[in-house]
Design a protein around this ligand. Sequence first.
Ligand code: ATP
Ligand code: MG
Length: 139
Amino acid sequence: MAGNITFTMIKPDAVEANNIGPILNMINKAGFKIVAMKYMKLSGAQAGQFYAVHKERPFYGELTEYMSNGPIVAAVLSKDNAVADYRKLIGATDPSKAEEGTIRKTFAKSIAANAVHGSDSDENAEIEANFFFSQLERF
Ligand code: ATP
Ligand code: MG
């Protein structure tokens, strides 16, 4: 079914703080199924490629360094309306602006170290899922 997957990363700050388990719990409780998952570390070049859309932004260097600084969990999630519902679950990019009960409000440390990534469109969800996983790794 088109539009029923999104891609997420649990970012280095949340992994370092031992919040993989609590975040996955919130994801499952919100009705998402995990259809692919891996624990890994990105190189600087891979982080740069993943966030290439932000290449011209002033925080690009900080972002790619931060994202390649420690291990992450990458996952593909499925649910009806997955992209929009997951953006709602994670909350605003800046955790000080995120709503109560969201993943970022609960776990993020700052606008840069904001605990999780979530795809912003169905098209990008597919691109991002394919960046990390082959079809053999998605169930
Ligand atoms: P993500 O793509 O990680 O889900 P987002 O879609 O909420 O986050 P984007 O605008 O796509 O936000 O920014 C990508 C990431 O870049 C943010 O999650 C954050 O880690 C970092 N970032 C964004 N704005 C800033 C900023 N002003 N200063 C530092 N880092 C920033
Ligand atoms: Mg984004």
